[in-house]
Write a protein that binds this ligand. Structure first.
Ligand SMILES: Nc1ncnc2c1ncn2[C@@H]1O[C@H](COP(=O)(O)OP(=O)(O)OP(=O)(O)O)[C@@H](O)[C@H]1O
Ligand SMILES: [Mg+2]
Length: 149
């Protein structure tokens, strides 16, 4: 079986990428690994200002949220008959996706063009950009068809 690493952040762009990829791939040929990465403190840039208890609470919420995000995506693939696994990691988001793809020897990474911050002016979000620039395997970056640019 070939391996597709599907990166999700719970955004509508990410959900669209999940729908699209689950329609595109053949479940007889591909197994799916869903990944969500919780950014590190440095990426939030709050390490020196926020009290530890607040940081702890924030990360607990992010971990709970991460479970929901990966399960929701896993459900879409499972209902279409795919073999699915889920991963939740912490670290630099783009780097962690690329390193995980290498670790599991992925044949494809699938993701959306934009994500939660969804700044309309950006053609590609920073995670999509990082992964397309650094991945060792093909990357499917799914743009919504109706979004004209
Ligand atoms: N934390 C994450 N874990 C896993 N996949 C992610 C994560 N964040 C984004 N992605 C994937 O990358 C795609 C593009 O999102 P990206 O974060 O690059 O755009 P953005 O949120 O609009 O911009 P930015 O984060 O640079 O402000 C998403 O649709 C999703 O597939
Ligand atoms: Mg983002």
């Amino acid at each position: 079986m070939k391996k597709a690493l599907v990166a999700v952040d719970g955004s509508e762009y990410s959900k669209y990428a999940v729908e699209y990829t689950s329609d595109l791939l053949d479940k007889e040929k591909w197994e799916v690994i869903i990944i969500h990465v919780i950014p590190t403190l440095e990426e939030f840039g709050i390490e020196s200002v926020a009290p530890p208890s607040l940081v702890e609470q924030l990360f607990n919420e992010l971990r709970e949220n991460a479970k929901r995000i990966v399960e929701e995506a896993a459900k879409v693939f499972r209902e279409k008959g795919f073999k699915v696994e889920t991963l939740i990691k912490e670290g630099h988001v783009g780097k962690t996706i690329v390193e995980t793809a290498e670790e599991i020897d992925a044949d494809l990474i699938a993701m959306g063009t934009r994500g939660l911050s969804g700044i309309k002016a950006l053609i590609l979000g920073s995670v999509a950009r990082y992964v397309t620039n650094h991945a060792h395997c093909p990357v499917l970056v799914v743009r919504k068809k109706e979004v004209k640019r």
